[in-house]
Write a protein that binds this ligand. Sequence first.
Ligand code: AMP
Ligand code: GLY
Length: 424
Amino acid sequence: MRILIIGSGGREHALAWKLRQRADKPELFIAPGNGGTALEGENVPVPDGDIPALMRCIREKAVDFVIPGPELSLVRGIVDACREAGVPCFGPERKAAMLEGSKAFAKEIMREAGVPTADFRVFDDHDAAARYVRERNRPLVIKADGLAAGKGVVVAEDAATALNALRGMMIDGIFGPAGETVLIEELLTGEEVSFLAFCQGEAVVPLPSAQDHKAVFDGDAGPNTGGMGAYSPAPLLSEDRHEDMARRVIRPVLRALRKRGCPFSGVLYAGLMMTGDGPKVLEFNTRFGDPECQPLLMRLEDDLLDVMLACARGRLEERPLRFTPQSSLCVVLAARGYPGGYPSGMIINGIDRAEESLPGMVKVFQAGTRLAEGSLLASGGRVLGVTALGADLGEARHNAYAAMEHIRMEHGHFRRDIGARGLR
Ligand code: AMP
Ligand code: GLY
């Protein structure tokens, strides 16, 4: 089988690594990939989101199955284009991907489905939005409606911050059309947890819970990033609550989408806030999370390709997937300065030593890396993620940080407290 994976992050390296563990060794192409995916298959220089170029690549390489990692290609209709071309593709069609592509649409669906979420208002007029902020005069969350590469959410403790965010999005247009419409939400407090499930039609196969660490510095200080580390399972959402979560959050959304004529297929990711009033949905993603995917796939003992193909072919069965009871934890090594400006081109050493330090228990998933004349160089904000297994969360954490000691890169930065909240 010839498979095209779209994307270039740690998630895509983890997907490629997992698929290559099959006995039949599928042939992999990764668009555009990174230094790590180059070890698992052939990188092809086509960017995520360029649907015509991706479709050309699918034809030229005679691809049998397509797996988009990030959201951009999904929201631009890669699944629809593949369906027309007769090639199965994992993920939702464009209309259902709007659950991630438009926060206003996601809220509409949640309201219709009776899924608990923060109170909100939608505005497409700046002055009306600003008036609302002044009237409310309390902490609020300002969100660009469309895709903004993870930067479109501002948690505003005071009116000045909220008004600033509105100006940036609606007048200065910092996110382009994605910020022409904004949501203003009540601020929720509590712990966050990610709940993901393979879904197709109304069939749901939950994955174990995971927790992401979005802020760049220890103690959740500093600006939000794509994710500085993650672990699974998250004690905050134990396995005995998965069916309840599926019943309260996932299934109603699947039904509401189906009623709209856009049935869902793929991974549905609910970002939850565990509030005093119970779990509330902060956002939906229509794909695997990065870095949550890395510890999840490290724990998966079942076959990944089978379940992905079942989703794409409309035949997902509600049988539980097998995961090791061990915990897994991923620590992301970033370039200092990320998510702002950061240096690149630094030489990376020690990945083999890190993996050999605990054979079978540690895997380094590469993200912003590239190979140049035999050296591995940093080429992005999030450079790699050291992912380890352990008997429990404490041991997985110990193993990941011990393995990180072997990695050498100038101007590197990683959080020292990944998993700390789960241990408390
Ligand atoms: P989102 O992309 O909607 O998940 O937002 C990104 C991050 O912003 C979340 O992971 C939360 O940390 C924070 N956030 C979003 N919505 C809210 C809210 N209503 N209350 C508090 N924090 C929020
Ligand atoms: N880790 C959060 C995300 O992938 O959106």
